[in-house]
Design a protein around this ligand. Structure first.
Ligand code: SF4
Length: 300
């Protein structure tokens, strides 16, 4: 791929660099019907830790303040605890999206130390969730949510809207009525030709209109923070860092989309010039000084 000024491209595309999503792995222990990560056919290799550290340094230098780690299932990476710690130590805040099936007491300790918020995926009351996720995991995930909340972890629920789940939204919300989850995000998935989702799980525009009104009423009735998002809505402005370091426009991008660059394209020269354009008060000498601490790992 031809090297390009990634920082300029991010700016041209009005993408944030303060907040990025990072698909830290495509491996997953589940095989959900609406999966966009392609984890079922994953031939991807995880980025080795040494490269991950380089990426963290580059992100820090380009001004990233917050990383939303997603997957696949991030907790499948054995070194994910180290990654969270290294990110935290660079003053970046971490959020985590997880299917909630692998949350052990060890991970709760790690999360308490290094993660500011956990988004757990749950897509309906018991049977519906299990059917959509192709696994008997509702009880495990629900229990994990309890454990996280007991440990004062900030938890949001991500609920994908499908034809299977729209009739039980009120029952679903009732499950959380007396729990301290900060919010439930109802996510309208994007359509992709190759997804099983399109065959029998999608909801029509008319259904979506009714669902929106239903969710709004339930929120008022139960005094709950219920949000409807077009596939990971607020992530639209965030670049998605793929497992190999390529950058896609947003969370809803798939591997078929043209990458806008690679985090490894961010070179010393282009970094300095972009900072100088954005912050004319700084001099090149000041920027170089700021870069010193990272010099051994960032630019190789
Ligand atoms: S848990 Fe997430 S990454 Fe894993 S199969 Fe389901 S949707 Fe895909």
């Amino acid at each position: 791929m031809q090297k390009m000024n990634l920082l300029k491209r991010l700016k041209d595309l009005k993408l944030e660099r303060e907040k990025v999503c990072w698909r830290i792995t495509r491996k997953c222990n589940l095989s959900c019907r609406f999966c966009l990560a392609g984890s079922r056919n994953a031939t991807y290799k995880d980025m080795p830790l040494i490269k991950v550290i380089q990426v963290l340094n580059k992100l820090r230098l380009i001004g990233t303040k917050s990383i939303s780690f997603t997957g696949g299932e991030p907790l499948l990476r054995e070194d994910f605890d180290v990654i969270l710690k290294e990110s935290f130590n660079r003053n970046m805040s971490n959020t985590l999206t997880t299917n909630g099936t692998l949350i052990t007491p060890y991970w709760i300790d790690v999360i308490k130390k290094y993660v500011s918020e956990v988004k757990v995926s749950l897509d309906g009351t018991g049977e519906i969730h299990n059917k959509l996720r192709n696994s008997e995991t509702f009880d495990i995930t629900f229990e994990a949510i309890h454990r996280l909340l007991e440990n004062d972890v900030c938890v949001e629920i991500n609920h994908v809207l499908t034809s299977y789940g729209i009739d039980c939204i009120e029952d679903f919300c009732k499950l959380f009525r007396n729990l301290a989850v900060s919010k439930i995000n109802f996510i309208v998935p994007i359509k992709r030709e190759n997804l099983a989702y399109n065959m029998d799980l999608s909801i029509s525009k008319r259904q979506l209109k009714d669902v929106k009104s239903n969710i709004s009423n339930i929120g008022k009735r139960y005094d709950m923070d219920l949000v409807i998002r077009k596939y990971f809505g607020d992530f639209y402005k965030r670049p998605l860092l793929e497992t190999d370091g390529t950058i896609l426009k947003c969370m809803s991008s798939s591997e078929d989309d043209t990458p806008i660059g690679s985090i490894f394209d961010v070179g010393k020269r282009q970094f300095i010039s972009s900072i100088l354009v954005e912050d004319p008060v700084k001099t090149e000498a000041v920027v170089k000084k700021e870069m010193m601490g990272y010099a051994h790992t960032v630019w190789i």
